[in-house]
Design a protein around this ligand. Structure first.
Ligand code: SAM
Length: 350
């Protein structure tokens, strides 16, 4: 596996493995790992355009990510999502996925990708037992795709989707809902979810650092839903929490006569902070406990320190989890500002 340099010290000294909890009664069971800050697209809402990439040494090695996953398992993490930047843009990513599956078969391992580089890997992902892939696709129009992402790669993404379906992978398609960009495409997306066994989910455009976010670009979920109901017969589905059919924060709808489903993710209009169970660790080894908070906890130094290692990382994870904030409060407090989080999503991983 490329980049698999010696790992951090062994997990000796770890405590009893009690789950990570906070003072509001939430417990953490879901870890999002961003394996690279680099991306081959330059999406206008994500902004990986003006960033300085981390240097090779600053990025966690795959072995270090595996150590963190092992620690997570001990602390009650049951679900891990690998994201980026673009995860497939990092060399050796497929081998890392296979190593992670082999070492932690008990983890519900998922991926988020822009799918531009995905197609050749779909059979290997299926063989490795990665059953579910989230694909980001904001438009079904190749010209709009080029405008949003800065790259003319729409057809590569469609090939990636087709390859996943052919390999038997379950596909969730996430579109950032943007007025003036894709608000004329609801019929097309509903048609896709009608024809193919895909969950198509619109997520409200969040005011993240570095994005070109403006309030008038937010296409609210309530508006999307009423427009969608005029186009298709939608039946609301019970929220599923945990397990392979976990709907996460999405409200899902069956489409009458459709192979797939339709969903809405509402970080702005109907937050889900009360049930948030996530931690995020970036490729540089920075822990974030809330998407809307700029408070960070640096793990890399501790992880690599010969006398600290994983026990120190565990202590940081526990302390940080305890004071995990409620993102909607931060959002409300900074609503007047242009961005609520100073960091671009490309560096956090979504
Ligand atoms: N490159 C991968 C991809 O495209 O899926 C993973 C990283 S990307 C940062 C993860 C997700 O964050 C994508 O689904 C993207 O659409 C979403 N995202 C980025 N910026 C956003 C924003 N300002 N509001 C809502 N979603 C955003």
């Amino acid at each position: 596996m490329p980049n698999a340099a010696p790992s951090s010290p062994p997990a000796g000294g770890l405590s009893d493995g009690k789950a990570l909890t906070d003072t509001r009664g939430r417990s953490v069971s879901y870890l999002r790992l961003s394996v690279t800050d680099r991306c081959n697209l330059r999406c206008l809402y994500c902004d990986s355009r003006m960033r300085q990439w981390l240097s090779h040494d600053e990025v966690l090695r795959y072995e270090e990510f595996l150590d963190i996953m092992g620690l997570g398992v001990k602390l009650g993490i049951g679900k891990v999502r690998l994201t980026g930047g673009e995860p497939f843009a990092r060399r050796g990513f497929m081998e890392f996925v296979e190593a992670a599956r082999a070492r932690f078969p008990q983890i519900d391992l998922r991926l988020t990708t822009n799918a531009t580089l995905l197609a050749p890997f779909a059979p290997r992902l299926a063989a490795a037992g990665v059953a579910r892939i989230n694909i980001s696709l904001d438009t079904l129009n190749p010209a709009t795709f080029a405008r949003v992402t800065g790259q003319d790669q729409y057809h590569e993404v469609r090939r990636g989707i087709d390859a996943c379906l052919a390999a038997g992978l379950r596909v969730k398609l996430n579109a950032v809902a943007m007025r003036g960009v894709n608000d004329g495409e609801l019929a097309g997306f509903l048609g896709l979810a009608r024809d193919l066994p895909i969950d198509v989910r619109f997520i409200e455009y969040m005011p993240m650092g570095g994005s070109e976010w403006k309030p008038e670009q937010v296409w609210r979920a309530t508006d999307i839903l009423s427009e969608a109901k005029a186009l298709a017969e939608l039946v609301p589905l019970e929220r599923v929490s945990g397990g392979p059919d976990d709907s996460g924060p999405a409200q899902m709808y069956a489409i009458k006569g459709g192979a797939g489903r339709f969903g809405l993710i509402t970080p702005l209009s109907n937050h889900f902070c009360g049930t948030c169970n996530r931690l995020r660790i970036t490729s540089g080894g920075v822990l974030r406990t809330c998407l809307f908070s700029d408070r960070v906890y640096r793990l890399r130094g501790a992880l690599r320190h010969p006398k600290l290692g994983l026990p120190a990382v565990e202590r940081i994870l526990r302390l940080a989890s305890k004071v995990k904030p409620l993102g909607f409060e931060l959002l409300a407090a900074r609503r007047a500002g242009q961005g609520v989080c100073g960091t671009a999503m490309s560096a956090i991983g979504g």
